[in-house]
Design a protein around this ligand. Structure first.
Ligand code: APR
Ligand code: PHB
Length: 388
């Protein structure tokens, strides 16, 4: 079998790239290790920058997002239960879209299914001749070996995928920061405690009030690493949220049974370069951000933007420039989002070593954001998404 681009991984990065290439008349095959049900059952975040919304529209995958997504013109920051609002629209003239990653994955899968893509349950995916001029990918489907020849391979298989591991260590570099705490998240079919997201820095630790719709809420509390979910029955989580989000949120909070509950570690990770020969990494395959800045999905879309432009240009004009500049262009935006996510994580969480002085620094910075239009505008500009 032969195609133009083999895409390894059917998460948001792989699906969006395949659909954009399709709109440009470029063939691709998406190989996904899991079943469709498994991929769509994963609970992930859901705050989209305008540039990601525009890409989904360009791919023809925006209809349900437009109908069901929530446009947010600001966000609330709280310190020890006292809120202030960062008004994105007034400060930088932009907003964000609250629409679950699970939902946009379903929308993209619906579109790709019309052309029998992705190939689900593709096992033992292996990449060959990525340094050469005739790359190909092998995998097992229903136990039978398969081979696809192609011009390019897009590694969109996430942090645990095979693509990044196919790149020799001596030609690459890794940058990493692991944070000494996790996020315990719950999903519940209750109305959110506020129209907008609330990020709270509290002496008991960080908390976040978010949502999937006006009837389904998503909350997070900072917990020590290695915490046992058993020790966090729903009531304890609601009590902790009420304390950390402050009296206003507590007064508006509707409690209910969790329909999903999990703990996720926090990490900043970047792999350079994002290209090796005919292999191009995109999304979590190349970088991870702590969820504080809601940048994971948006960075996957950002990489796809640059890769789509480069591949389309190559097939239209034969130009190699975009392909050669891909890693540089994508990483320039990746590092700014890494910086913002690292900065926001440091500002809003309690670190084991946060002594009295460090705490005063956090409170002073929050007070600066509360009172300074310039400071708040910088936060807003990064949160809504920097231009490509
Ligand atoms: N072969 C085929 N598919 C694979 C392999 C493999 N060896 N390894 C992983 N995959 C698949 C996974 O099953 C998953 O569906 O690749 C997909 C990668 O998807 P994501 O992990 O969602 O990564 P990405 O598409 O880059 O999206 C990034 O996801 O994790 C969130 O916060 C992150 O929002 C960000 C977004
Ligand atoms: C979420 O809704 O899951 C969410 C929102 C904002 C974040 C992280 C997660 O920063």
């Amino acid at each position: 079998m032969r195609t133009q681009v083999v895409i390894v991984g059917g998460g948001p990065a792989g699906l969006l790239l395949s659909q954009l290439l399709y709109t440009a008349g470029i063939d691709s095959v998406v190989l996904e290790r899991r079943t469709r049900e498994y991929v769509e059952a994963r609970i992930r975040a859901g705050v989209l920058e305008q540039v990601a919304v525009d890409l989904l529209e360009q791919a023809g995958a925006g209809a349900r997002m437009r109908r069901e997504g929530l446009s947010h013109g600001g966000v609330k920051l709280a310190s020890d239960g006292e809120w202030f609002r960062v008004d994105f629209e007034a400060l930088v003239g932009k907003s964000v879209m609250v629409y679950g990653q699970t939902e946009l994955t379903k929308d993209l899968n619906d579109l790709l299914a019309q052309r029998d893509q992705p190939i689900f349950e593709a096992e033992n995916v292996d990449l060959h001749d990525i340094d050469g001029s005739a790359p190909y990918v092998t995998y097992l489907k229903d136990g039978r070996p398969q081979r696809i020849d192609c011009d390019f391979i897009a590694g969109c298989d996430g942090y645990h995928g095979v693509s990044r591991k196919s790149i020799p260590a001596k030609t690459s570099q890794v940058f990493e920061r692991v944070y000494p705490f996790g996020w315990l998240g719950i999903l519940a079919d209750v109305p959110p405690c506020d129209q907008e997201l609330i990020y709270s820095n509290h002496e008991r630790g960080f908390a976040l009030a978010s949502m999937r719709s006006m009837t389904r809420s998503r909350y997070y509390v900072q917990v020590p690493l290695g915490e046992d979910l058993e020790d966090w029955p729903d009531e304890r989580i609601w009590d902790e949220l009420a304390l950390r989000l402050g009296p206003n949120a507590a007064a508006n909070m509707t409690r209910g049974p969790s329909i999903e509950k999990s703990i996720a570690p926090l990490r900043s990770f970047v792999f350079e370069p994002m290209r090796h020969g005919r292999l191009f990494l995109a999304g979590d395959a190349a970088h991870i951000v702590p969820p504080t800045g809601a940048k994971g999905l948006n960075l996957a879309a950002s990489d796809v933007h640059y890769l789509f432009e480069a591949i389309t240009d190559f097939y239209r004009t034969g130009a190699q420039g975009g392909l050669d500049a891909y890693s540089h262009n994508a990483l320039a935006r990746v590092w700014k989002a890494e910086r913002f996510s690292w900065w926001f994580t440091n500002l809003m969480h309690r670190f084991p070593e946060t002594d009295a002085f460090a705490r005063k620094m956090q409170l002073a910075e929050l007070d600066y954001l509360r009172r300074s239009k310039v400071g708040a505008a910088a936060m807003a500009e990064n949160y809504v998404g920097l231009p490509f």
